[in-house]
Design a protein around this ligand. Structure first.
Ligand SMILES: [Mn+2]
Length: 307
């Protein structure tokens, strides 16, 4: 495998010139069921070669107009404690240029609070799409466990909109009911048209800074079997597209960052293809909402040799 990671085989722009920054974070320390998420960032980027440059929903070729950079991966260092590792990650991300769309490619869900801390230091809203409530205060001895990110996000002062949840334990339910900063949309409830519309409306009307965290297990395991802790039920592809369209239909969105986590590459490669295409959709919708389609054609795609 090449040491330089790329998206759609495009040359990487310098980080300070890039409109899109992708940070691969192959972190896997606390996975409790199916291992393999450390291989996810490379698998997603490798699979991106199969995508088209044209994005059919917004109807444009985002990389004709935008520069993208895949940063060197943030490698785990077994000499570091969980606390030190997450602090190092957060500090690295805080030093990156902020005038861009930042996307963290996990790796396990424990990375989210460290990324949010760097990109959204003031109180904001985290849209948290996941099959699991991830609200344990610590799990298997670590508060940085992949089962714990929501508590750390609350500690940081954020509001949380949870969608797609379909696995939680009793004390998590009690905690959510008492916590006014969490809006919970259970997966089953989102099957109802009214609740789904209410969910989209809430996502569409958010004020202030927003961070989007997508655990790939929010999807139905029939379409994304490659996840660490699969659960029946879940989002289908076009539900996710509708949600993203709602989020990005507000031109003034202050999106501080996105992460895609908990993927486990699998033999059919359908799961990593779904993650790669999700990445393309998010980039396209964000770019279009921010008017990059009006910008001159000097994006990463135009720098490719066959252009
Ligand atoms: Mn999950």
């Amino acid at each position: 495998m090449p040491d330089t990671l790329q998206f759609l085989e495009m040359p990487n722009a310098p980080a300070d010139k890039a409109d899109i920054l992708i940070l691969p974070i192959p972190l896997e320390r606390t996975v409790s069921f199916k291992p393999g998420t450390a291989d996810a960032p490379r698998a997603i980027l490798d699979t991106s070669v199969q995508l088209e440059f044209y994005e059919e929903d917004a109807g444009w070729s985002p990389f004709k107009h935008m520069l993208l950079s895949v940063l060197p991966e943030f490698a785990d260092d077994s000499a570091l404690t969980d606390t030190k590792l997450h602090k190092t990650l957060s500090e690295l991300v805080a030093r990156l240029p902020s005038d861009n769309l930042f996307i963290g490619l996990g790796g396990e869900h424990s990375v989210t609070p460290s990324l949010v801390q760097a990109r959204m230091p003031e109180p904001g809203t985290v849209v948290f799409l996941d099959a699991h409530a991830d609200m344990r205060s610590s799990y298997e001895g670590s508060r940085f466990n992949h089962a714990c990110p929501v508590n750390r996000l609350l500690d940081q002062g954020h509001k949380i909109i949870m969608g797609g949840i379909r696995s939680l334990f009793e004390s998590e339910v009690d905690r959510i009911e008492k916590e006014s900063r969490i809006n919970l949309f259970l997966d089953w409830d989102l099957r109802g048209k009214e609740q789904w519309e209410a969910f989209l409306q809430m996502v569409n009307s958010l004020d202030g800074p927003i961070y989007l965290s997508i655990d790939m297990d929010v999807f139905n395991p029939g379409i994304v079997p490659g996840v660490g802790t699969p659960q029946p039920g879940g989002f289908l592809w076009y539900q996710m597209i509708e949600l993203l369209e709602s989020l990005f239909s507000r031109k003034t969105i202050d999106l501080r960052g996105v992460d895609i986590v908990e993927l486990v590459p699998e033999p059919s490669r359908v799961s990593e293809m779904t993650a790669a295409k999700l990445l393309l959709k998010i980039i396209s919708f964000w770019g279009y909402a921010n008017g990059f389609n009006q910008e001159p054609q000097a994006g990463s795609q135009t720098l490719m040799e066959y252009e």
